[in-house]
Design a protein. Structure first.
Length: 462
């Protein structure tokens, strides 16, 4: 296409042109992984939402398909909002939010959101069946249905807002058409947000995870970004009961840009999550180039010791690997070491010996704009991005894990970075905007020494 390639991803899914936000309807159907997404094909800005569509055999090489849903029915005239997909026998079913305003003024009071159904036999062409769940009395914000099968029933969670309290509502069905209201599954307590978007509810190693994207959590020290977060509560659940959890909201990703994640099961039973690698408050410089928004790499969740959720790149991601290039040196003494130029599609592996690393800061940089480093004094792992020309400046960070080695898998694409820490302990994802020629990869140690046990990179998707 005519898109300026400088920031267009080499191995992540983005729309061919126009606007993209949330991943929708992630599913394995008929031999393909399908990813749908919130899409405005006619401009670089959010607008009446369509469902964009792509499919893949391996979760990393995607084939674009025609738009699956457009806002043209009576229930969704102003947008086909986020939702999910399930396989029902030989049919692929999409369950999504019909979004519309009554009358000519777009206000919250005129807002009307209902849950709709569309089905397909070939996974490409969809027949719309209209509304299956009307808005409960008194609600305006009622969206993002996530459906799954459990025992003899289909279940659905829907995000909602009652006054200034975010909620997740639960429904049950035998046929995806008639839905029984099962009440409130969970709701915000203690300032946990005024609207809970994109809920998802699944089992993980014997625990139950409620993943959602709350609006309105206050930033608190290093915790929480600003208005939009994505994260989860961990607990237990029995059908017919509310979700019992410990009230600890944990962020899914500690970088600058990750929102509205959705999960699905791979055919071999892995819980995979993909998120929108952006955030509502982020400027999106790629709009200058005719496109906006991209999806994250697929991530596999598991339950670790102490009931913490581990997040690793899905195994499929290694299919991208081309040649491996070991780093030119493993010991740094107050110096910079050049590793590669033009690093626009690489996976970097760095294992630092923390006890042998006394430098005030040590890590890796991509040009002038991005650095990922250990701050020894603060004992934090920091992602620092500086693109002042686009008003993108600032750090996000996590407390360093206790281990004596710090192992990082860093995925760099033309306008993104995803850092996976120590076998799934944390993950930090951010959009980056290096200009061409600003992609030198450089290891550094400031004021002291740093030692690598293992270091190198793969070129990806060559
Ligand atoms: N984006 C969708 C909504 C959802 C929000 C609209 C989250 O369905 O609540 O594009 O980013």
């Amino acid at each position: 296409s005519g898109i300026n390639p400088r920031w267009y991803p080499r191995y992540h899914l983005a729309a061919r042109a126009g606007w993209m936000n949330d991943p929708n309807g992630l599913v394995w159907f008929d031999g393909w992984y399908h990813a749908f997404y919130q899409h405005h094909p006619y401009s670089i800005k959010w607008g009446p939402m369509h469902w964009g569509h792509a499919r893949s055999k391996d979760l990393v090489h995607w084939e674009h398909l025609p738009v699956a849903l457009a806002p043209e029915g009576p229930a969704d005239k102003d947008g086909c909002f986020s939702g999910s997909a399930v396989v029902d026998g030989d049919t692929l079913a999409l369950i999504y939010t019909g979004h519309k305003f009554h009358g000519s003024v777009d206000t919250d009071d005129n807002l009307y959101q209902v849950q709709c159904l569309a089905t397909s036999r070939d996974g490409i062409h969809f027949e719309r069946h209209g509304m299956v769940i009307d808005t409960p009395p008194g609600l305006h914000h009622f969206r993002d249905p996530k459906v799954w099968r459990e025992g003899e029933y289909w279940y659905m969670v829907v995000g909602s807002r009652v006054e200034n309290t975010g909620q997740v509502r639960l429904y049950r069905s035998t046929d995806l058409r008639e839905w029984h209201d099962e009440g409130i599954l969970a709701e915000a307590e203690d300032d946990m947000g005024y609207m809970w978007e994109c809920p998802d509810f699944f089992t993980l190693g014997g625990k139950r995870v409620l993943m959602f994207s709350p609006q309105g959590l206050a930033a608190e020290g290093y915790k929480n970004r600003n208005l939009f977060q994505s994260g989860y509560l961990l607990g237990e659940w029995q059908s017919g009961q509310p979700f019992s959890h410990d009230g600890q909201f944990i962020e899914m990703d500690n970088g600058h840009d990750f929102y509205a994640p959705q999960s699905f099961l791979s055919p071999d039973g892995r819980r995979i999550v993909i998120g929108w690698l952006d955030m509502w408050e982020s400027p999106l410089p790629e709009q200058q180039d005719g496109w906006a928004g991209m999806l994250s790499l697929p991530r596999e969740l598991s339950l670790g010791d102490n009931n913490c959720v581990l997040i690793k790149p899905a195994a499929e991601v290694t299919a991208l690997r081309g040649n491996y290039y070991p780093a030119p040196a493993h010991n740094l003494n107050n110096q910079k070491i050049f590793v590669a130029s033009d690093a626009d599609a690489v996976e970097v592996l760095l294992t630092w010996e923390r006890n042998a690393s006394t430098a005030e800061q040590y890590g890796i940089a991509l040009g002038e704009g991005l650095s990922i480093y250990v701050d020894n004094q603060a004992q934090r792992l920091v992602v620092d991005r500086r693109y002042p020309e686009f008003s993108l400046e600032g750090t996000r960070s996590i407390a360093l894990p206790a281990d004596s080695t710090l192992s990082l898998r860093i995925f760099i694409d033309r306008s993104s970075v995803e850092v996976f820490v120590n076998e799934g302990e944390a993950c930090l994802s951010s959009r980056i905007y290096p200009q061409p020629g600003q992609r030198d990869l450089i290891l550094f140690a400031n004021h002291g020494t740093a030692t690598l046990k293992d270091a190198g990179y793969w070129s990806l998707n060559k």
